[in-house]
Structures are given as structure tokens and as C-alpha cells.
Design a protein around this ligand. Structure first.
Ligand code: CDP
Length: 227
């Protein structure tokens, strides 16, 4: 199969990352989780003692000090590096980062700074790229675009089941409130808001296993019927 571009967008904790990984495995491609880029910038800001919610100018000025890049870690796998060091997943998935990341991601300068880094990943071969604006802004020419959703309660339950991604003592209600707030900011920002591309196929994953969702996605890519 020639190199493909597959765009997967959707709201927080909708299962995009799991589906992207399964699809990439089946097609022999790379997964690019673009949320990690926004999370890494947010983490770097917090590490420097900045308040990303109030100090947009500080976050933007910090970008000049950052060297953020994907490197091939092993065949088929990318690893994000910040200033020459691997970015620790547990650090960027922490609740403190989740609380500020949408404020960082709404800054046009941050999005602009990250745009080409995302596009450059397509030179690697088949790429399954997931985020919020992949089908609309980053890879508008991707031949396959999917918008993966699930109901708010289902998403909160899924996020709660991911150890290390929620604050201590979190409940389904508190997690649902956190992801609803992030979705609100992501959907209402003027630049690259979260929304399905006009030519995206939307899949509601309530009641579906990750494998069943991946079956549908790969089925479309291999020319099967559109769900
Ligand atoms: O894993 P989860 O669904 O919680 O989110 P993520 O994919 O790690 O993305 C974290 C945050 O980064 C989102 O809530 C958005 O604010 C931002 N983001 C974005 O603005 N654009 C993207 N392409 C990816 C993420």
C-alpha cells in the first residue's frame, strides 16, 4: 500500500488514541498523537513556574527556548523529545497539565509554532494523526478523515479507567466536568476549533470496543462500505 494520511479528530477521552494505534498497527504506519505536543508545551510552562491560564505572553516567549521534535524510537514508533530528552508520558498526562492544556492550545502562536512539526511527520510514511484540527487545518488534503466521539459519561468512565490521568480522589462527575470544560474551550476558540471536517466520517463509539471501531476505520480505508 502507498503511504497514506489518516486524520482522526474528536473530543477528550473519546478513544481516539487507542483507535489510532490499532489502525496504525494494522496498516503498518506511525501514530502521531498531536495532543502530546500541546501537553508538552503546557508541561514546560508549568516546569518554569508560569501560569499558562493567565500568562499567555510568558508561554509564547518561552517557545523560543523549546526544541520539540518527534524522533523514531524503534521501528513504527515515534517518541517526543523536548530539548534533547524524551518527554515523560506520566508528566504530560498528569491532571495538572490537563487543567491548563486547552488554555495553551487556544493561543494562535502556539498552534502556528506546532503546525509544520505535525505536517513534517507525513514524510515518515503512512501516518495516523490524531487531535482536534487534523482534518480541518493540519492535513486538510488527507484522503481519510474520521471524527471519533462518545457520550460525555462514557468518556468520563474511560478516562477514569486510565491510571495516572486523573487527580487523586477523582469521580466520574469530576472527570466529566474537567473534560466538558476542555471541550468547551476547544470547540469555541476562534483558531482551529474542535469540529468535524466537512468530509469526515463520524463514528460514535458508545457500546463499541476499540477493535470494532478500528475495524470500521480500516474497512473504509480498504474501500469497504462507509458506516
Ligand atoms: O487525550 P485527550 O483526549 O485528553 O486529549 P489530547 O489529545 O491529549 O489533547 C489535549 C488538549 O490539547 C486538547 O484538549 C486540546 O486543547 C489540545 N489539542 C489541540 O488543540 N489540537 C490538537 N490537534 C490536539 C490537542
Amino acid at each position: 500500500m502507498p503511504a497514506l494520511k489518516i486524520a482522526i479528530d474528536g473530543p477528550a477521552a473519546s478513544g481516539k488514541s487507542t483507535v489510532a494505534r490499532l489502525v496504525a498497527e494494522r496498516l503498518g504506519g506511525f501514530t502521531v498523537n498531536t495532543g502530546d505536543l500541546y501537553r508538552a508545551v503546557s508541561w514546560a510552562a508549568l516546569e518554569r513556574g508560569l501560569d499558562p491560564v493567565r500568562d499567555a505572553a510568558g508561554v509564547v516567549a518561552m517557545l523560543a527556548e523549546l526544541d520539540l521534535a518527534y524522533r523514531i524510537a524503534e521501528p513504527g514508533r515515534l517518541r517526543l523529545h523536548l530539548n534533547g530528552r524524551p518527554v515523560p508520558q506520566e508528566a504530560i498526562r498528569a491532571a495538572a497539565v490537563a487543567a491548563v492544556v486547552s488554555h495553551v492550545a487556544r493561543l494562535p502562536e502556539v498552534r502556528e509554532w506546532l503546525r509544520q512539526r505535525q505536517r513534517d511527520c507525513c514524510a515518515l510514511g503512512t501516518v495516523v494523526m490524531e487531535g482536534r484540527d487534523i482534518g480541518t487545518v493540519i492535513l486538510p488534503d488527507a484522503p481519510f478523515k474520521f471524527f471519533i466521539t462518545a457520550s460525555p459519561m462514557e468518556r468520563a468512565r474511560r478516562r477514569l479507567a486510565q491510571p495516572g490521568e486523573v487527580a487523586a480522589g477523582a469521580t466520574v462527575q469530576s472527570v466529566a466536568a474537567e473534560i466538558a470544560e476542555r471541550d468547551r474551550i476547544d470547540s469555541s476558540r476562534p483558531v482551529a476549533p474542535l469540529r468535524p471536517a466537512d468530509d469526515a466520517i463520524t463514528i460514535n463509539t458508545d457500546g463499541l470496543t476499540p477493535d470494532e471501531v478500528a475495524d470500521r476505520v480500516v474497512g473504509v480505508i480498504r474501500g469497504g462500505p462507509r458506516p
